[in-house]
Write a protein that binds this ligand. Structure first.
Ligand code: ATP
Length: 519
């Protein structure tokens, strides 16, 4: 990671802690690696993201319902899903730096670097040739580019082969052949590559002999699959239909760095869409487009999202892509969209001995439905919103002296922890009482913040730092004509507004329903 990006992430981490968004877990005992707690402001932002997702997926779709399955599941679930045998990551250590890596990620990093090299060649040539430059022709004929591409494709093919067959020696050989060095020590002094299963396990039952090994779920999806029949029957659902769920998942990640991007306990928002076999590509495209629209509606910047097709498909998928987001560390996976075929339901049928079929009244046939899944990490979405919102700004307006700075979180207003702060200009003359009256008018629809301490400028700064989109200041004029000053977080512009007009104004700008209406 470049120095500047690293610094930005560090600033975001310390801001998140200082302002009650995210704390290291059990911090008084020096924390627990890759586990975090959400504080008083973080939980509000997180709940708002959940609401935005839940309402979009369920309320706006007649054919999608939600469930909330338990974290513990029958252990055979994870045999059937392939997680016991195949949910492994290849782990490798550098003997000099003592750092641990995922071997596949080191190799993927190498492939990405080759792509970057090609882009640099393209940029150079475009400058050289000017208007006559033909990108496609250059990419297919330039000897240097074709050579780099060949190397990248070979590396990728060998990676795919080794991952597919679980050949750890081949991965190790690839590290050597590609001359991949440890980013920390710079040496190629690697240990053997070993398989590591990412599932956490524990024992269930009080008597040691009877106790059986169970797992903390590594994905929420299986809770949906094992409930497919229950929901389809009791909800009288007809294909195509979906089941959505938000819940915790646990993975004993080998390399858990980069704050809440990769955690060992995290939350997923997943939807499994059940369809007729053969229609998967249509629905795959459908959900790609819909999910991208959901992201873009937040206004985090059209250029900050992109699709990335999976080169190496997981064991259950016949098509898969990620929606990547431009995090401080660069473009990384935020959400996955996967065509999972009938892999999961078919295997649960096999392992449970129960028939998991849908009788299609249109074709008069019974079959195991196919599935297209959308799967987004809630914590990664939180990081996307937070990192995009964080800005340091010089203040030249009347709110600051020249040279002053403010840190402002430009969180999309419908997701902000507090929608509005109500601030009496001074602590007397009935202004605090008037402010409380306004809060009582607004609090049923909007999370409000009350604050009477310190100069008004300081209070504005504190609200900027937690991303409150509007501040309402109550002054002496309020007592005579029923108007307040409404200050906008982003522009810092102020306007006078009647108290009765506040609910409609805030609904228009800060409600999740209004955001959903635009989709
Ligand atoms: P990665 O390649 O980054 O490990 P993945 O492809 O294993 O992710 P999926 O199994 O597709 O991830 O999980 C779906 C989503 O869950 C991801 O897009 C991501 O947002 C989130 N997610 C997965 N692992 C973690 C984690 N350790 N911490 C936080 N979020 C995660």
């Amino acid at each position: 990671m470049a120095q500047q990006e690293d610094n930005l992430l560090k600033k975001i981490i310390s801001h998140a802690k200082e302002y009650g968004f995210i704390f290291p877990s059990s911090e008084i005992y020096d924390g627990l690696s890759a586990v975090y707690d959400y504080g008083q402001n973080g939980v509000e932002l997180k709940n708002n993201i959940k609401e935005y997702w839940w309402k979009f997926m369920t309320t706006l779709h007649d054919n999608i319902v939600g469930i909330d399955a338990a974290i513990f599941m029958h252990p055979t679930t994870w045999k059937a899903s392939g997680h016991v045998d195949a949910f492994n990551d290849p782990m490798v250590d550098n003997r000099d730096s003592k750092k641990r890596y995922r071997a596949d990620q080191l190799i993927e990093g190498y492939v990405e670097k080759q792509e970057e090299k090609i882009e640099k060649e393209v940029e150079k040539a475009a400058k050289r040739f000017g208007e006559t430059f033909n990108r496609e022709l250059f990419l297919t004929t330039n000897p240097r580019v074709t050579e780099i591409r060949k190397k990248a494709e070979e590396a990728n093919a060998r990676l795919k082969e080794a991952m597919g067959s679980g050949d750890m020696q081949a991965l190790r050989q690839l590290l050597d052949d590609l001359e991949i060095a440890c980013p920390v020590s710079g040496t190629r002094n690697w240990t053997e590559v070993r398989q590591f299963n990412l599932m956490f396990s524990t024992e269930m039952g009080s008597v040691a002999d009877d106790a059986s090994k169970i797992y903390l779920r590594p994905e929420t999806a299986q809770g949906i699959f094992v409930n497919y029949l229950n929901v389809q029957k009791t909800g009288r659902m007809k294909l195509p239909f979906g089941i959505a769920q938000i819940g915790k998942a646990f993975r004993n990640e080998i390399v858990a760095r980069q704050f809440i991007f990769r955690m060992r306990e995290f939350e997923q928002m997943e939807m499994q869409f059940f369809i007729r076999p053969g229609e998967e590509m249509k629905w795959y495209e459908h959900w790609k487009e819909k999910r991208m629209r959901w992201h873009q509606a937040l206004g985090l910047g059209t250029d900050n999202h992109r699709f990335h097709d999976h080169l190496n498909l997981a064991h259950y998928a016949n098509a898969a892509c990620d929606i990547q987001f431009n995090f401080p560390m660069g473009f990384r996976e935020l959400e996955g969209i996967h065509s999972r075929t009938d892999f999961d339901l078919g295997n649960h049928e096999k392992f449970s001995g129960k028939k998991i079929q849908y009788f299609d009244p249109e074709t008069n046939q019974g079959y195991v439905p196919y599935v297209v899944e959308t799967s987004i990490g809630l914590d990664r979405m939180f990081l996307a919103v937070l990192s995009n919102a964080y800005q340091e700004e010089a203040l030249a307006s009347k709110e600051g002296e020249e040279g002053n700075e403010r840190v402002v979180l430009r969180i999309p207003a419908p997701l902000a922890p507090f929608k509005v702060a109500v601030l009496p200009l001074i602590k007397k003359d009935g202004l605090p009482e008037k402010a409380q009256e306004i809060i009582n008018l607004l609090r049923f629809d909007f999370r409000c913040y009350y604050e009477e301490k310190d100069a008004i400028g300081k209070r504005y700064r504190r609200m900027d730092a937690i991303g409150t989109p509007y501040c309402i200041t109550v002054d002496h004029q309020t007592l005579t004509d029923g108007t307040v000053t409404l200050r906008d977080r982003d522009s810092m512009q102020q306007q006078r507004m009647a108290i009765e007009a506040l609910p409609d104004f805030l609904r228009g700008h800060c409600s999740i329903s209004n955001l959903l209406r635009k989709l």
